[in-house]
Write a protein of this length. Sequence first.
Lengths: 113, 114
Amino acid sequence: ETGVTQTPRHLVMGMTNKKSLKCEQHLGHNAMYWYKQSAKKPLELMFVYNFKEQTENNSVPSRFSPECPNSSHLFLHLHTLQPEDSALYLCASSQERLNTEAFFGQGTRLTVV
Amino acid sequence: ELKVEQNPLFLSMQEGKNYTIYCNYSTTSDRLYWYRQDPGKSLESLFVLLSNGAVKQEGRLMASLDTKARLSTLHITAAVHDLSATYFCAVDPYSGAGSYQLTFGKGTKLSVIP
């Protein structure tokens, strides 16, 4: 248990569905991240929020829409996904570069059918 | 664009043996992280290396950083089965304040066999 909780752990959705992934951290961190882990690619950073403000969007398609209502919660809203979006989506949090590491949640295994 | 290369990508080693995993990166950075991931699980932080020459040890694992060579190593001593996992290095290319963003290597899948 790292203090970063993701729900759901598994999700199967059709290409026309809309769903949301949730991440919550209880560590008092002020930066939160979404990463995508595919079978054949390195972990890819998708979004970064620092003090609730989005600071990075690494060319992620608009069918992925993040939301950070406060520094403890992060969402990833999904709509009209493609099968190639099937992956493990990991949330992480950290203090703002105080020489500490990021803590990762357990991930949501997403399958798009 | 920062590139992080790990090798080997797959490693099968016998219990009791020693081995080293290498992590090369393509741009200047003095922040490198090692993570472990067990199947179906999240990433667990192993080491945080923040300066040239940094060396950290935990149990049978030792990590080092050479920022001039842009190289980090993860050395395994007298491997045991419990070390079987995928090991990732990650590099933070930014200096100064602000949230940090990691670029990960592809991971090294380690299998320790009796």
